[in-house]
Design a protein around this ligand. Structure first.
Ligand code: XMP
Length: 323
């Protein structure tokens, strides 16, 4: 019968057999799938695995630390962190168009990842012949059951990985659904914050700033987003909503009155949605008290924000993200 314990045992044995005494690498995104895949492979082959985490500066508050500290503490994985914030900000300077942003972020991500990969390969030691991917069963079905390409998830990832890779893939989650992956993660002792994480787009906060992406705006949005997440968690609503994008309308200003005078600040949009698979979605009917608390805290605690608005559009016609 199916138990997480069986799945783990089976996969650990299969991975050991596949890799032998060679090495593998794995890109960590901060998401559930790559984290659980990495933890499984780590359990199987230990220090023969190296993980790479590209910090593009577009993560939410605390997420990079979650990978650097909590994930490493829970798994003992060997992690290479690349701090690429400046590089990404530079590449994004002056860009407002959403698809242009995605293209730039995807391109930079691949470059940084390849560089890190080359450095790992250049290290002393056995050959690096394997790449770990957090492909799930629905991804396999969606892509026609194909195997052996390194690109299955690229349609929904940060640009995917280069096509000319000569790695063999390790895909320990290929037979699992999302809820099963979470159970395996839990069994492997991963932190709750990683295992129960809601979906978050690869391009991160870069596509949650309507307008140009700057460090200042990212910092501001990070604060607002952290407040919304904190209050939703405190209200016990995490499992009820699919995700709640928090969006900064950086190119919009409106008049407000705060403290002793008039302000001319930016609106923050809350976009809580319920959904089964993100293909369609409905706006979540959050309790008024929770919305009030989030609104009060954001306008009090986040500089330059004087208005919080609620998105009450379903998908379709609206997408979940604003960009
Ligand atoms: P939309 O906005 O299309 O979002 O309704 C559907 C789901 O996909 C996520 N999303 C992305 N994920 N890269 C990603 O990895 C992207 O460029 C991207 N755009 C949207 C979104 O958060 C939602 O879960």
């Amino acid at each position: 019968s199916w138990t997480t314990g069986n799945v783990i045992e089976e996969q650990v044995a299969a991975i050991r057999e596949q890799v032998g005494d060679r090495r593998a690498i794995c890109g960590l995104s901060g998401g559930v799938d790559s984290a659980v895949a990495a933890a499984l492979v780590q359990k199987a082959i230990g220090s023969q695995l190296t993980c790479v985490y590209v910090d593009h500066g577009l993560m939410r508050k605390g997420e990079t630390e979650q990978v650097e500290k909590d994930f490493v503490a829970a798994t003992g994985v060997q992690l290479k962190v690349v701090d690429a914030e400046e590089r990404f900000l530079k590449a994004l300077a002056g860009v407002s168009d959403p698809e242009e942003k995605r293209k730039i972020i995807g391109r930079e991500f691949i470059r940084v990842f390849e560089q890190a990969q080359a450095e790992i390969i250049a290290d002393e030691g056995p050959a690096v012949e394997f790449l770990v991917q957090g492909t799930l069963y629905p991804d396999v079905v969606e892509s026609g059951g194909g195997t052996g390409t390194a690109n299955i998830k690229s349609h929904h990832n940060v640009g995917g990985l280069p096509e000319d890779l000569e790695f063999q893939l390790i895909e320990p989650l290929r037979k699992l659904f999302k809820d099963e992956v979470r159970m395996v993660g839990q069994e492997l002792g991963l932190p709750e914050e990683i295992v129960q994480r809601q979906p978050f787009p690869g391009p991160g906060l870069g596509i949650r700033i309507v307008g140009e992406v700057t460090k200042d705006r990212l910092d501001l949005l990070r604060e607002a987003d952290a407040i919304a997440r904190e209050e939703l968690t405190a209200a016990g609503l995490d499992r009820d909503i699919w995700q709640c994008p928090v969006v900064l309308l950086a190119d919009v200003r409106s008049v407000g009155v705060q403290g002793d005078g008039r302000t001319y600040g930016h609106p923050i949009v809350l976009r809580p949605v319920s959904s089964e698979d993100a293909m369609t979605a409905d706006w979540s009917r959050l309790p008024y008290e929770v919305l009030a608390k989030i609104s009060t805290r954001i306008t009090n605690e986040v500089r330059d924000v004087n208005r919080v608005v609620l998105d009450v559009t379903s998908k379709p016609p609206g997408t979940i993200e604003w960009e």
